[in-house]
Design a protein around this ligand. Structure first.
Ligand code: ATP
Ligand code: MG
Length: 776
């Protein structure tokens, strides 16, 4: 152990060997917080603490696995195996299975993912004959989710006039009824959604003191990484479990709190010292991850936030290269810049694909980047987005498998009862749902006893329902002896799924078949892996648990040498030698949705801080002057975050095409460009066009003038000139270009443009709805 402890600096060593009592480590990015947690666990074990008594909660399961591997190299694999490590959701799902019957749940309860929750909520809205444009299922789901995370049960909801009033004011007076029905349906289906995993754990720990005692005694030492992003429900669990021994160690960085929109409460970290007696506070200041330029640049940004704990972050690492800021004409060009930079770096510096990460604010931005990477044959992987397990064909297979474990699972049943088609129509299914609600039984039970019920279904259909029941029951028998791979292979063949997919010879159909093959391969790996690391059999229940709780950042399959593409939210805690933060434009990052209040803007700024501090050697910040959004080419302005960085750390490059030709200077918004002068060509982007038909809340803001938010000038005055009368000859001030005179005004509606001659920087044509102008 001594040997390992020497790999820590003094400030890190102190909290590592502080064995007992409550403690908090507050420190900036890259200062070794996660490293201290890892070493601390190894230290506790070397001091004789039984691994069964240590609980460590991480942000992703992958992070937990990496920590476990590291600990295994220090204390030995067989010891490390018994540690309780993982995300809140995966650890407490395990505990809930053990204690399920106390809460009236079967131990084989299903875990509904967001897609299942959405489908159930949609059907409830439909069954209740509510207007689906007012009761948007996603909004309803997020409302229910926030109630659960604040521990507001259905009963508590109906006892709280303020909540009822708030939903009524939001034109959704029936929200409470939907919530009630949703909770009952989940319960009847033997299913918990993600929020339930925390809510029910809280219920378990408060309603059953003997259970609380059991786990308090079990988890003598508790450690939590990324504590700044715990929500209220998670906070209460940690509080309850650590109450007896108070051996609680939390680490976090208030400057990296980025999940407020999901209920994370930054006060959990700020108030920690009030929650326990004699809290030891540790601070780490030395960053080991990044160059001086990156560390200092990041410091210069986060300084702009008012709400923060004072912290020092410095590094003894090299000065490093300055942060490269790149401006492109379009999002397509931005993608090409990123791809060619990676390509050149790989050749010049002999680096791996996996040394690069491309981080963006929203998933939709990945497309232009992907196109460019593909053209250069650079392997990449997208983390997050629609996960593999949520693809239709995969979800279909999984639904059969879920039914084997839990036939009451309503969402799984509805998915596959008539897929592949077996003549059980929508009306029949509706009747079954109504009957199941009436009898307070699961749909599967109603089907099984169809002859004893009064459901109006003809005898032919009854036969089909019973055939389905028999089929699932035969799978259940096989499940007692087969591993998950053998079982799934049998199920896909005998259920008719494979036959159905084979009918479709289109490329999409072929891809679907390949996906199923990949699923089966994955199962085979899982079975092998499970035998090796966990001494278990690799059975179906274990597999489904693994799938249900795999977080977006966990999807790490196939060749590990790929460029990583992900949202900044997912990149938390990770590090890469080369990091691109793309789409640094006003309204995109900071997001238009998050500029309403100072606290929202500060959260965006923290997000930017997280993004920049992922880089070890070199960071690139890129933005485009125009970008396809919601099917339209819109102009964009560079993000204020770029301007907020102390300039001495930046290397602002001018793209070649711009040196030759600057459309902002010379053209009518790209109108009269001579084709041979410029590479830029507005690409056709069919996928985005399609997205335009779905009603995004943003769209109106961009295209409908009356919904435009007032633009605020640097001095804070309201200078939205969009519908004011700007006249030729006016003198105006622009945030970046300075003072200028209006030469010409043209266009109509949302497209009004002014040609302005600036004192410095020449003549530019600006779209008034984007330009931040102030008449002087
Ligand atoms: P974040 O805030 O991003 O989660 P963190 O504070 O958890 O960062 P770590 O990920 O633990 O920081 O450490 C950052 C990097 O610095 C890691 O690569 C880690 O191995 C390395 N590191 C930390 N401490 C030391 C040390 N004393 N000696 C050498 N390397 C170190
Ligand atoms: Mg960390």
């Amino acid at each position: 152990m001594e040997k390992y402890l020497s790999q820590l600096n003094e400030a890190q060593l102190e909290p590592t060997i502080q064995k007992d009592g409550p403690m908090i480590i507050i420190a900036g990015a890259g200062s070794g917080k996660t490293r201290v947690l890892t070493f601390r666990i190894a230290y506790l074990m070397s001091e004789g603490v039984d691994p069964f008594n240590i609980l460590s909660l991480t942000f992703t399961n992958k992070a937990a696995r990496e920590m476990k591997d590291r600990i295994a190299t220090i204390v030995g694999a067989s010891e490390a195996k018994n540690l309780w490590m993982g995300t809140f959701h995966s650890v407490f799902a395990k505990i809930l299975r053990i204690e399920a019957d106390r809460l009236g749940y079967p131990s084989n309860f299903t875990i509904y993912d967001t897609q299942d929750s959405d489908r159930l909520i949609s059907s409830i809205i439909k069954e209740m004959n509510l207007d689906k444009d007012i009761y948007k299922y996603k909004q309803v789901r997020s409302r229910i989710s926030s109630y659960k995370n604040s521990l507001i049960t259905v009963r508590a909801y109906f006892q709280n006039p303020e909540l009822i009033e708030a939903d009524t004011m939001a034109r959704r007076p029936r929200l409470g009824d939907i919530y009630k029905e949703y909770v009952e349906r989940c319960f009847k289906a033997g299913a918990m959604d993600f929020d339930d995993l925390l809510l029910k754990t809280n219920e378990l720990l408060t309603r059953f003191p003997e259970v609380l005692m059991k786990y308090q005694n079990r988890f003598k030492y508790i450690l939590v990484d990324e504590y700044q992003d715990t929500n209220h429900s998670q906070y209460l669990i940690v509080r309850a479990l650590s109450d007896k021994f108070q051996n609680i160690c939390v680490v976090g960085d208030d400057a990296q709190s980025i999940y407020a929109f999901r209920g994370a409460n930054i006060n959990n970290i700020l108030n920690f010292q009030k929650d326990y007696d004699d809290v030891k506070v540790f601070r780490l200041e030395q960053n080991y991850r990044s160059t001086k330029n990156i560390v200092n640049a990041a410091n210069s940004i986060i300084e702009k936030n008012q709400t923060k704990l004072d912290k020092v972050v410095w590094t003894a690492n090299d000065e490093g290269e300055k942060i490269i800021v790149n401006r492109s004409l379009t999002d397509g060009d931005e993608g090409r810049f990123v791809a060619s930079t990676i390509w050149e770096n790989k050749i010049q510096n002999h680096v791996l694909n996996s040394d690069f990460a491309i981080l963006y604010r929203t998933n939709a931005q990945s497309r232009a980047i992907e196109d460019a990477l593909r053209k250069r044959d650079i392997p990449y992987r997208i983390y997050g987005g629609l996960s593999f397990y949520q693809r239709k064909e995969i979800k279909d297979v999984l639904s059969y498998l879920r039914l084997i474990i839990n036939p009451a699972d309503e969402e799984a049943l509805k998915r596959v009862i008539n897929f592949p088609p077996r003549g059980i129509g929508g009306t029949t299914i509706d009747r079954l749902v109504v009957a199941a609600n009436g009898y307070k039984r699961s749909i599967f039970e109603v089907m099984k006893n169809i002859d004893k019920t009064d459901v109006k279904i003809n005898s032919g259909t009854k036969g089909k329902l019973l055939d389905f029941v028999t089929m699932i029951e035969s799978y259940q028998v096989l499940n007692q002896t087969a591993d998950v791979f053998e079982l799934a292979e049998h199920v896909t063949r005998t259920s008719g799924l494979i036959r159905e997919l084979k009918k479709d010879a289109t490329p999409e159909g072929v891809t679907r078949m390949e996906n199923i093959e990949e699923l089966l391969n994955g199962m085979k790996d899982f079975v092998e892996g499970q035998k090796e690391v966990a001494d278990t059999t690799g059975n179906l229940a274990e597999f489904l648990e693994d799938v249900a709780l795999s977080t977006d950042a966990d999807a790490d399959k196939g060749d590990p040498d790929h460029v990583a593409l992900m949202t900044i939210h997912l990149a938390k805690g990770l590090e890469f030698p080369y990091v691109f933060v793309v789409g640094l434009e006003e309204d995109l990052f900071p997001s238009a949705m998050s500029m309403g209040t100072r606290s929202e803007l500060e959260e965006e700024r923290r997000l930017f801080y997280v993004a920049l501090t992922r880089a070890e050697k070199q960071a690139y910040l890129t933005y485009a002057l125009s970008r396809y959004r919601w099917g339209k080419l819109v102009d964009s302005e560079p993000s204020r975050f770029i301007e907020e960085i102390d300039e001495q750390y930046l290397n602002i490059t001018t793209p070649i095409e711009e040196r030759r030709f600057n459309p902002m200077l010379d053209s009518d918004i790209f109108g009269d460009v001579e084709p041979n002068k410029i590479r830029f060509k507005p690409a056709k982007q069919p996928e985005f066009k399609k997205a335009n038909t779905t009603k995004e809340p943003f769209k109106a803001q961009i295209t409908t003038p009356k919904n435009l938010k007032p633009v605020t000038a640097t001095d804070g005055s309201n200078t939205n000139l969009f519908d004011s009368k700007l006249a030729v000859g006016n003198l105006v001030k622009h945030m970046r270009f300075g003072t200028g005179e209006v030469l010409k005004i043209e266009g109509a509606g949302a497209d009004v443009k002014a040609e302005i001659k600036f004192q410095h920087g020449g003549t530019k044509k600006l779209l008034l709805r984007f330009a931040k102008l102030e008449v002087i």
